[in-house]
Ligand binder design. Sequence first.
Ligand code: C2E
Ligand code: MG
Ligand code: MG
Length: 954
Amino acid sequence: MTEDQYEYIKQYSHTAQIANTLRLSRYFLTSILIVCLYIFCIYQIYFHTETSIFNIWFIGTEIIVSLFWLVSTVYFKPGQYQLTAAHRWLQLQCFIVGCLIASGIYILFYHLPQINLHFEQIHALTLSALLLIVSQSFSLTYLTQKLNYFCLTFLPSIVPYLFAQFIFIGESNHLFSLAINFGLIVILLCATTSYRINNRLSSAYARNKLLTKHAEQQVEWADDLCKQLQNEISHSKDIEQQLQLNNQLLEQKVRERTFDIEQMNKNLENQQENLILAHEIAGLRPWDWNIKDRKIWLTNHKHEKLIRDSKQHRIQLQSMIHPDDLDHFKNTMKTHLRGETDRYEVNYRIQNTSGKWSWVHDIGRVVERDSTNNKALRMVGIRRDIQKERLSQERIKLAASVLEQAAEGIFILDDELCYIDVNPYYEKLTGFKSQQILGKHLFDITANNKSQQRSAHYSVIKQLMNMNEFDGELTEKFLSGKELTLWMHINAITDEDHKVTHYIGIVSDLTERKLQEQRLSYLENYDTLTDLPNRFYYNFQLHKLLVTQRDSQLAIIRLNIDRFRPLNEYLSHNGGDELLRQVAQRLRLTNADALFMAHLNGDDFAIVHEISRIRPSIQGHCERIRKAFSQPFNIANQEHLITISMGVAFYPEHGRQLDYLNNCAEQALTEAKTLGGNTTRYYSSENTALLEQGIFLERDLRKAIQNNELMVYYQPKINFHDKNVCGFEALVRWNHPEKGIISPALFIPLAEQTSLISDIGRIVIQQTAKQIKQWQELGFNNICVSVNIVAQQLRRGQLLEVLDDAIQKNQISGSNLELEITESSLLENSDEIKNTLNEIKQRNIHISLDDFGTGYSSLSYLADFPIDILKIDRSFVSKIGQDKQTAIISAMIAMGKAMGMTVVAEGIETEQQMQYLQDLNCDIAQGYLFSKPLPEQEATQYLEQNTQSATYSY
Ligand code: C2E
Ligand code: MG
Ligand code: MG
């Protein structure tokens, strides 16, 4: 037994003894009450005396014992008391009860025999012994749980007897004392024994209790253990189930994993194939170099895997590498193998089987090193043929440098028309740096405040969206302040789906060209001599005016300097120019309010005025001009007086068309000139023959030439002597498809101002030569046909070619041809014309001076030029009969004869005229009297009818 258990048993016995004694003491007290009552009753019954002391004892004892009982019952309820208090209480209770018993014995044994005589010693002995023995028996029964409770009752109780034995030795009953003493000793021994028994019992009980408790605890523990075990079992079951589930899941996972791995393997195989394919396509050739084993796995150009000895491979590779690249290759490889670089990367050239050098890109990395000495053990890499890349890079560089160097602005836009790149020239053009442009919209760098500008931009964008390209001229003001005229060409770049990805624009600066164009346009449109618009610009402006100012009234004044040509010759070239300048200036000053004025050519000017009530009348204008010219011009310090002729036509009275109005004004001018100049003529509708028919010369005449509408009529020439037809004058006619035959008088003057006159001349000569040939074929060998020529034809120099060509083609002789030249053609008197005429003469072609007497009639021409024939103008012939005129004609004929010329009179209409001329010995007659100009066939008929023999010759 452990110390703790021993202590527990001891404590438990002590507690149990007190508790048992408390419980048993109530019986003990009850027994004492009953014993006392019993003795009191016996005494009262048998001895019947009033003894107050006995009564007091009895009542006192009864009360005290009852109080003890009450307190033990009420106050010390089981389990509700303090152990020490109960122990003290029981000790007190036992001792007092002992004392009460002792006092009772004393009263019974000593006091009552003295006061009650009936009550004898034996009675006293009996009753006191009864009280002692009975009370002690009850003590023995109920108070032996603890020996000290018993002793506390027992020892006071026996005090009266012990006293009696010693004090009353003589009187006491020895036997009784011996018996009592023995009895008391027995009781004491019994008490001791009882105590021991009780003590053991309570110890055994305590031990039992302890054992029970222990056993209960063991049972509890066993229960707990069982529970725990059950829990453990169920937990184990759960775990087992979980394990089974996990196992199933694991199996499932393993299956899935296996499937995944199989898939991955398949994918890997596919990827491997793809990788090989990708390598093939990308031209990548992987290599794997096991440095330790000196083996290298390579892919050759056919993408076959090879294993080679790395040393051999290195030697072979180095022999293939371009010598210039070899060192770089070796160094790069070494530094990487030493671990000084992250990776090995080098470009070098290798020689292929055909001996050509080709660039390759070799890249690799050491993937395994010796951990002890950091020596490379394995290296992998890829070699790639970059020859094409190099070439395209070079091409890109070239393209980039083209972009950089281009002398045109180039820009690249994204699909939203925002700049993503511009070249330096574009920066220069716009005045912006590229950083300022990039990211901005195409027209964000230009000033867009004008609506015109905005609409131009809008149309560019619209065209780009619709057509994917724009090509056009733009005048842009950039926000940098630069203002340029640009030619912009923008093209869309599309991807495979035809979706626009970019736009590329090329911009040329047209500003300088524009200025040049303006300069050129000035030269084209202006006469540099007078700074006035030229004929072209005049026509253009007039046309514009007629179109835009339909409701206005205009006056077109054509001006010409009278007798300018001789004056020009006199003044020499510079003087003539100076005169024209001064004339232009004077016209400018006097016509400040004119709509515009022009210098058409030579000495021809034109002024256009608007007619309105608030402006001076046109007569007023013309008069002012005429007056302005009354002042002399100072040329080279010499004063010259010149006069001008003016012809005026009005819009819209005289026509609404440009040509028409020009013709009208020109005709009026011609009229003014024919009137002797220094005058103004207003166009009158009498002259409108051609124009009124709606024929606009230049345009329609060109068409007429192309359409062979020009015909040649032939007017016979009659020999005065034998009246035979000696020849014809070829006179051109315009056989208009709608208007019929048109007279040359209507179109020749205008044709003379253009190159058309040469074309007309060529046609007439060719047709004439053809006709001569035909007549020759008919037997009229000596027919001579004259063709009218103007000065321009002589000057242009093609005339000789045309003549030669006609003569050759038709195999006729030059002597069959005659050229009629007017006096005005000879006015220039230039060597050029003289030479041409001489050339003509060398071909035996006759030259006649037409319309003699109407022009300047300078006799010097007759001497200077090789003229054979003099044609007296119709105006003189028609006046035959008038004295003075007749004199002139006869003088003319005489002069011609004197100079050895043949004299022809044209326009003979009457017999009188013919007779008169014949009398004057005129050689050849021409006029309606004989025949009007006739078409080919009729002329041939006429010839046949009026020729006996072809004998005419000059
Ligand atoms: P021209 O050279 O003085 O021609 C004579 C003109 O007088 C012709 O007019 C002719 O028909 C006309 N005529 C002849 N006899 C008479 C007559 O008795 N009475 C009247 N009233 N007139 C007569 P046409 O054919 O109308 O030619 C006019 C002018 O046109 C020509 O004057 C000539 O200068 C020019 N011309 C005609 N054909 C050509 C040509 O092929 N080349 C050139 N450069 N000028 C031509
Ligand atoms: Mg003529
Ligand atoms: Mg004539």
